[in-house]
Design a binder for this molecule. Structure first.
Ligand code: XUL
Ligand code: CO
Length: 445
């Protein structure tokens, strides 16, 4: 299925056509070198391997401000004093950009799409107005909604959390926002609905009843799930782990923590996990580790694609450009069955000093190409090397005899101890880490 270029009242990216695929020899920065949506690899088109999505908040709402200074990027669609007019301009720019890039999905927070009003009611009306306009844009372009979410972390009322706020009154406002965002997601045919617990965490245990806050979070998620199902949401609810920032101790620290939480509160049949690379790094894990952990638990949902700066400890949300990391990710995805209803959402922003409008295209194209190239490399490693066989061999002692019996639960601890006595000291077997690392390097071409 192809995407139709959709231009609104004004063409914001004038002179940039729909991005073509030109192949690895092209030096055109506005062309794909590796990402060819139709190309079939390992039984699936590249479009279906990646299910790329554009993050509304970075790409259309954020003009490069940081804690030390205001935005630097002149985004023409943000000009004007009437917030509803600006919201419509943003929508025009968004669908023009996404359709020119030829990406099949997008993702938004309620407040990215429409401004907060003076009351709960007015905020809901604003959102509904933009949802109707977005629906028409989706139909005209063929672009779909990967997921919706509610921003229940930016407004000052959420300074002590949303669903985990010690003040019940604040929690009700989060409920109003999530209710409206769920309705918007259903109206736009969203495949998933995300909860990133922005301020769901704490700074000091001295003022925090952690057990009560977690119970509230679980209750809130149950009620959101029930409402979503009631209004016809058939997709997957996703939790996005992050270990720190903005709070010191985030409740959704990492994938393993979220798996434990979902199982503890009986939420694991409706909720899966949305994993973000930079969040994994902050938790001291690799992206590949987090994906494997979720997949092994049957709870892998979707990905926020970006990368962090390895030399500092905050969320820099850079566009993924590290080929080696991308290969590790694609190796895991190819072996675990990949994305189903999830996708790869570019939760990434251009650097503050990248101030040309075409930098936004260049950033996305670059990342899509890195991932497409990594897919080709990973597929080759799996098919044209002895990588899998070599790894399987490491576990060969469990394939037969007593090792097999152990796996089947047929040996008790005494029998295991007796075997140690009988067999004596095990022979040293190398883990061959450098062999595996060199193998990857051999295929990076
Ligand atoms: C914040 C983050 C969010 C979520 C959606 O670090 O990743 O943008 O993806 O709320
Ligand atoms: Co994210």
């Amino acid at each position: 299925m192809s995407i139709t270029v959709t231009i609104g009242e004004k063409e914001y990216f004038a002179g940039i056509p729909q991005i073509p695929f030109e192949g690895p020899d092209s030096d055109n920065p506005l062309a794909f070198k590796y990402y060819n949506a139709e190309r079939v690899v390992a039984g699936k088109s590249m479009r279906d391997h990646f299910r790329f999505a554009i993050a509304y908040w970075h790409t259309f709402c954020n003009s490069g401000d940081d804690p030390f200074g205001p935005g630097t990027q002149p985004l023409p669609w943000l000009a004007g004093d009437d917030p509803m007019r600006v919201a419509r301009q943003k929508l025009d720019a968004a669908f023009e950009f996404i359709s020119k890039l030829g990406v099949p999905f997008y993702c938004f927070h309620d407040r990215d799409l429409a401004p907060e009003g003076d009351s709960v009611h007015e905020s809901e009306k604003n959102l509904q107005t933009l949802v109707e306009l977005a629906k028409a844009k989706q139909q005209a372009s063929g672009i779909k909604l990967l997921w919706g979410t509610a921003n229940v972390f930016s407004h000052p009322r959420y300074m002590n959390g949303a669903a985990t706020n010690p003040d019940f009154h604040v929690l009700t406002h989060a409920a109003a926002q999530v209710k409206a965002a769920l309705e918007a997601t259903v109206a736009l045919g969203g495949k998933n609905y995300v909860f990133w617990g922005g301020r769901e965490g704490y700074f000091t245990l001295l003022n925090t009843d952690m057990k009560r806050e977690l119970d509230h979070l679980a209750m809130f998620l149950q009620k959101a799930r029930d409402y979503g199902r009631k209004i016809g949401f058939k997709g997957t609810f996703l939790i996005e782990p992050k270990p720190m920032e903005p709070t010191k101790h985030q409740y959704d620290y990492d994938t393993a923590t979220v798996i434990g939480f979902l199982r503890r509160y009986g939420l694991d049949s409706d909720f899966k996990i949305n994993i973000e690379n930079n969040h994994a790094t902050l938790a001291g894990h690799t992206f590949a580790h987090e994906i494997q952990t979720a997949a092994d638990a049957g709870l892998f949902g979707s990905l926020d694609i970006n990368q962090g700066d390895p030399y500092n400890g905050w969320d820099t949300d850079e566009f993924l450009h590290n080929l080696y990391d991308a290969v590790e990710i694609m190796l895991v995805l190819l072996q675990t069955g990949g994305l189903e209803s999830g996708g790869m959402n570019f939760d990434a922003k251009t650097r503050r000093s990248s101030t040309d409008l075409d930098d936004i295209f260049i950033a996305h194209i670059g990342s899509m190409d890195v991932l497409a190239r990594a897919l080709l490399i990973a597929d080759e490693i799996l098919h044209n090397s002895n990588y899998l066989e070599k790894r399987r061999q490491r576990y060969a002692s469990f394939d037969s005899g007593e090792g097999r019996e152990f796996e089947q639960g047929r040996l008790d601890l005494t029998e295991l101890a007796d075997l140690a006595g009988k067999w004596g000291e095990p022979k040293q077997i190398s883990g061959k880490q450098e062999w595996y690392e060199s193998l990857l390097n051999r295929f990076l071409r």
